[in-house]
Design a protein. Structure first.
Length: 136
């Protein structure tokens, strides 16, 4: 549907928040810890898209490993989808290597899954779908 966000790995969230606040002229609208991924996220709205800063909270985190190997910088690009299950199936059928068997809960009220960089020109791709609240 659109580029939902661009994920950027950082070593110091306070410094990165200050830099992006100056750059974009607005503070982050949300900070959130995602324990399952061992990260703290900070989101900035940029038009229809977002910038997600990712600070690892554990040496076992994928973000920590990314920073150790490649340094700070772009980690992934996320695309918003209407039906993440259908997209996962479609992309598997197209030959993409999906890193998750099932979507998992991510930051900012999303279901997420990732496509392996080796099947996407060395770019980690995230698919995300807004979790709709259940009606009672």
């Amino acid at each position: 549907m659109k580029i939902e966000h661009i994920g950027i790995a950082v070593k110091d969230l306070d410094t990165a928040n200050e830099l992006y606040e100056k750059l974009l002229g607005t503070p982050p609208y949300k900070m959130e810890e995602v324990q399952s991924e061992s990260v703290i996220t900070s989101f900035f709205q940029v038009g229809e898209s977002k910038i997600e800063l990712l600070l690892p909270t554990s040496a076992k985190s994928a973000i920590h490993k990314h920073i150790e190997k490649r340094g700070e910088g772009m980690h992934h690009i996320a695309f918003e989808v209407e039906d993440i299950y259908a997209e996962m199936e479609r992309l598997r059928d197209e030959g993409f290597r999906i890193l998750n068997d099932q979507p998992k809960r991510g930051a900012d009220n999303k279901l997420v899954c990732f496509i392996h960089p080796k099947s996407a020109n060395s770019v980690l791709i995230e698919l995300c779908q807004t979790i709709k609240s259940e009606k009672r």
